[in-house]
Design a protein around this ligand. Structure first.
Ligand SMILES: [Zn+2]
Length: 155
C-alpha cells in the first residue's frame, strides 16, 4: 500500500497514505466500509492510538474485534456486542431449563415403566429367597405342641 493508492482510512480522511501508515495493512482500499464504521464508532485517532499500543502481531485481531464491535454498535447503539451476548446467554439458560425438565420427565417415565415391568431375574431370586426365609419362620401349626395347645380342653 502507500504511494499513489491510499488505504481506505487515508482515502476517507483525505490525507496522504505514508509508507508506514498504521491503518494500511488492516484497512485496504478495496474494503472501505470496514474503516467507515470503525471511524464512526471509535474515531480514527482513537483507533490509531489503540493500534500503536499493541504489538504488531496482535493488531490484525484487534482490528477485526474493533470492526465487529463497531458493526454491532451500529445495529444496536445501546448494547452493541453485549446485546448479542445477553441474548445468547438467555437462550442458553432457557435451553438448560428445557433440558432439566426433559431429564426429569425421562426419570419419571423410567420410574413408571420400572414399576409396571415384570420383575427382573435378580428381583425374582431376591423375592424367592425372602419367601423361603419367611416360610421357615412361620410356625408350623401341625407340630404336636401346637395341636395340644389348640385342642379344646376336656370338660
Ligand atoms: Zn493509510
Amino acid at each position: 500500500m502507500g504511494g499513489n493508492s491510499p488505504c481506505a482510512s487515508c482515502k476517507l480522511l483525505r490525507r496522504r497514505c505514508i509508507k508506514d501508515c498504521i491503518f494500511a495493512p488492516y484497512f485496504p482500499s478495496d474494503d472501505p466500509q470496514k474503516f467507515v464504521i470503525v471511524h464512526k464508532i471509535f474515531g480514527a485517532s482513537n483507533v490509531s492510538k489503540m493500534l500503536q499500543e499493541l504489538p504488531v502481531h496482535q493488531r490484525a485481531d484487534a482490528v477485526s474485534s474493533l470492526v465487529y464491535e463497531a458493526s454491532a454498535r451500529m445495529r444496536d447503539p445501546v448494547y452493541g456486542c453485549v446485546g448479542a451476548i445477553s441474548y445468547l446467554q438467555n437462550q442458553v439458560s432457557e435451553l438448560q431449563m428445557q433440558l432439566a425438565v426433559a431429564q426429569a420427565e425421562i426419570l419419571c417415565v423410567q420410574m413408571n415403566h420400572e414399576s409396571l415391568m415384570p420383575p427382573s431375574e435378580t428381583d425374582l431370586h431376591h423375592k424367592s429367597y425372602l419367601l423361603q426365609n419367611n416360610l421357615s419362620q412361620i410356625p408350623d401349626f401341625n407340630t404336636p405342641s401346637n395341636v395340644i395347645h389348640h385342642s379344646p380342653s376336656p370338660l
